[in-house]
Ligand binder design. Structure first.
Ligand code: SF4
Length: 488
């Protein structure tokens, strides 16, 4: 049976021919997209619609249904003949390859092909995407005179009405696209051959995660043992070399494998099955904490299109914090929290409540200092009337991740990671994120962003309770982890 390629199936095959084959022949093995991935797609669609405002008077040729391309092809041809100023979702077919162009803009006797991405930089996969579109549109007989990528400009700061022409910035990629044409032609032929053949034998590799996480990982990665070399921290592509050379278990990685001192320590801990604990630096760390001790955690959301004045694209906007305060070592902590109401800019109320809640003395313990410090600095920049008080918090920040990041406490069950999600189950197994309705910062952020946009379809009070429970556990986890360190 002859197969046709779409733009997305071509790009899937460009990443991995086996993924393309399974997509067509074994769709049942595909892992469904995560809520986070769906939110990224949704954000891309929104940015695409905004970009159309920069090309007024255009005709929308989007297909009504994914499988009903014929009307979209006919509508596009009719719009091209009519000489409209722009076509949105212009759809073309050439030699069995179907491609829809975000915007085709009239340029004298020809057309400029415009691809819109909700990203701030031109990535290799975007250029390949544009190159395929050029091949199809030009091959179908429409004269393309230029190719542009429309990207998010992260220097833009919203003030008042959204200025789409400043939010999006155009990059001329015509030369790169032309240079890729011979390779695109060869790849199309090769991928069509792949589809008509047996499943290609492609070993697992960096392509399983890059540029996009592959939907077929659960199938291909079955051969990877539970305690594999991929658990080695900061191992990168070298894990594939070890795996393909037959060294698959973490405990089997030899001394001569060229590991860093931290990786060698991880292997030795894996072999012994016991934690590595350096009591001296842990005791110094614990003894250096000043009370009252504030255990603090922020939750933020970030959108491509800045929702408020004074916000940049993808700026992290804090909407929630949890704070446990210990008056002295081992004393029962008090708890305070803040969760913004959806609808307005939460930063003023967030800052006010935070500054009222933190006492004038004592350290502020966070988990991964760089994140909370960045948010506080951005709040100080954007709210000058709070700047001095907010900056005053920075020297008081201490990082509870440090004993784990520096490997003063390393347990095999932490799997080479030092996030609170990896540390907590080992040190305080009775506290579990998996028991919560919202169990990750990504999901908290996504859910609140949906609430802000009025797109949350569930029970709002239930969501707010789940967000409170999640953020509270983050700081309670810190209290309990510190208690374990204190007992060493
Ligand atoms: S998991 Fe990796 S090897 Fe398997 S199809 Fe996906 S990219 Fe290819």
């Amino acid at each position: 049976m002859a197969h046709w390629l779409s733009k997305s199936s071509y790009l899937r095959g460009w990443q991995c021919p086996k993924a393309l084959w399974m997509w067509k022949h074994r769709p049942d093995l595909r892992r469904p997209p995560s809520p986070q991935q769906l939110a990224i797609f949704e954000q891309g669609t929104q940015v695409g619609l905004l970009a159309q405002q920069l090309f007024p008077g255009g005709v929308d040729c989007s297909p009504r249904h994914h499988h009903a391309q014929e009307p979209a092809l006919a509508a596009t041809q009719e719009a091209v003949q009519r000489g409209v100023p722009a076509i949105y979702e212009a759809t073309f077919m050439h030699e069995g390859v179907l491609a829809a162009v975000d915007i085709l803009a009239r340029d004298g006797d020809g057309w400029t092909l415009v691809e819109v991405k909700s990203s701030t930089s031109a990535k290799d996969q975007f250029l390949e995407d544009c190159a395929l579109q050029y091949h199809v549109v030009q091959g179908a007989g429409t004269n393309v005179t230029g190719v542009r990528l429309l990207l998010i400009d992260n220097h833009y700061v919203r003030q008042g009405e959204l200025e789409v022409d400043r939010l999006l910035t155009a990059l001329d990629v015509t030369d790169e696209v032309l240079a890729r044409q011979p390779a695109v032609r060869d790849r199309i032929a090769s991928l069509k051959g792949t589809l008509n053949d047996a499943m290609p034998d492609v070993p697992i590799g960096p392509q399983c995660e890059s540029p996009y996480p592959c939907e077929f990982k659960p199938t291909c990665w079955k051969e990877v043992p539970a305690r594999s070399v991929f658990l080695l921290s900061h191992i990168g592509k070298k894990a594939f070399e070890l795996h393909h050379s037959g060294i698959r278990e973490l405990k089997d990685v030899p001394e001569e494998a060229g590991l860093s001192p931290a990786q060698r320590l991880q292997v030795s801990v894996e072999r012994s099955g016991r934690p590595h604990v350096e009591a001296g630096p842990i005791r110094d760390f614990v003894a250096g904490l000043r009370y009252p001790l504030h255990h603090l955690d922020f939750e933020t959301f970030a959108l491509a299109v800045p929702p408020f004045d004074g916000v940049r694209p993808y700026q992290a906007i804090p909407f929630q914090f949890s704070l446990h305060v210990e008056d002295g070592p081992g004393k029962a902590p008090g708890h305070l929290s803040f969760l913004a109401e959806a609808g307005g800019d939460p930063r003023e109320e967030f800052s006010n409540t935070l500054l009222r809640s933190i006492r004038p003395e004592g350290d502020i313990l966070v988990y991964n200092r760089s994140f909370e410090a960045r948010i506080i600095k951005e709040l100080a920049r954007d709210l000058p009337h709070h700047a001095s008080a907010l900056r005053g918090l920075l020297p008081r920040l201490k990082d509870l991740a440090l004993p784990f990041a520096r490997h003063w406490y390393l347990d095999p069950a932490m799997n080479g990671r030092h996030s609170i999600k990896s540390v907590l189950p080992v040190l305080v197994p009775e506290l579990r994120y998996t028991d919560l309705e919202i169990g990750s910062g990504d999901l908290a952020s996504l859910s609140f962003a949906q609430l802000m946009a009025g797109r949350y379809t569930g029970d709002i009070q239930q969501l707010r309770n789940a967000l409170e429970a999640y953020c509270t556990l983050d700081t309670l986890a810190m209290v309990r982890v510190l208690r374990v360190l204190r007992d060493i």
